[in-house]
Write a protein that binds this ligand. Sequence first.
Ligand code: NAD
Length: 447
Amino acid sequence: MYLPYNMKIAVVGTGYVGLVTGTCFAEVGIDVTCVDIDENKIENLRNGILPIYEPGLEEMVNRNVKAERLHFSTNLGEAVKGTDVVFIAVGTPPGQDGSADLKYVLAVARGIGENIDSYCVVVTKSTVPVGTAAKVRVELEGALAKRKANIEFDVASNPEFLKEGAAIDDFLRPDRIVVGVGSERVEEVMRRLYKPFLLNGHPIIFMDIPSAEMTKYAANAMLATKISFMNDIANLCEIIGADVNMVRRGIGSDTRIGTKFIYPGIGYGGSCFPKDVKALIKTAHENGYQMKVLKAVENVNETQKEVLFNKAKKHFGNDLKGKKFAVWGLSFKPNTDDMREAPSLIIIEKLLAEGASITAYDPVAIAEAKHTLGKTITYAKDQFEALVDADALLVVTEWPEFRSPSFKVMGHLLKQKVIFDGRNIYDPAEMKQIGFAYYCIGIRTDH
Ligand code: NAD
């Protein structure tokens, strides 16, 4: 019997990366089974309920399930049988010492070795340190040896560069696809798999496996560096009376620097930058090298997460007891419900510790926030409800709907017309004109 599709793959782990990867491959006509150990997640997915918020994903999942190209399973054994490629896309959270914890990746590798029945390529899509593909190979070989099975396989590294909030577009129209391979045979399989994405000229870059593993860390470390660098410049601008927005435009017009990722703010968060920067520092340390720049990047970021809180404390004469704050935005960035390492968590923790109370609003992250923050804060139904009787507003995540609110209405709802804007989305001159005390990042506004 022939499969109606060109290739059959399995994607293990149905989080932000696995679910987007599996769905986008199904979208271009590949037979995909997404596997997860979380039974609840798989049951929900079968019923069209997604575990995460990602624009456009729900519709795409449902379309491909209906077309019978996308399947969900908790049975790794069944899913990997007869596949051309198995992706490992499970989490690699930071361990106690900052290194990437590989126990989920290696457990999946073992499971694949216990079940494959024909040649396949096992690909690490999770972000993993140099040397992990070799460990994956050892796990598979061990499992196959136990079964006394003589089945060929290869490993490859295919780090993922998608951005949460724009994940589908990033996957379907990638800046580049990086694949680490050890043989022409694997290169051919991976080229065939990605062919539908290459038709519009998106490049696929083949390299050796360690270089591919390192590329992902180097990319995230560079982006984190841009953020911390710009935050450092912003803090100095504020002290010496320069306007960081002007400086940003001034430097961004230099094509060697570029306009992207040089916006000052309240520090990077999310599931990737903090853990990947830590892991790279740790990898270097284990190999007798010190990543001096990245240590400073981390340092600046930790301090930056407190900047908005410090401004609030100063404004209210060091006394926040009994003050009520409205918080707009909880997720670590717009268009996602991801709360991992979100700056909002630090800001809220510090405000609560000072005896303040908080009412927060986020367009999609409230359910996720409740897991972490529970009843320590109040949640508003919309952005304006959060303002009622608050002594000040803190803009923490730059969701589009926060960008052009009615300041008149806000002035009526707030007890005091005070805004601490961690994302520089309003115009300081306008705010001054309409009588708001307005604090932002990298522009002195308290005079
Ligand atoms: P996630 O936590 O959202 O999802 C991981 C999934 O793996 C969960 O659903 C979990 O139940 C499942 N899982 C764990 N062990 C399993 C097992 N043994 N078998 C089957 N499923 C199992 O993680 P994520 O954000 O999708 O990240 C996955 C990897 O991709 C990480 O290494 C991350 O660094 C990397 N990455 C993430 C992003 C991002 O934006 N989130 C971008 C690029 C790369």
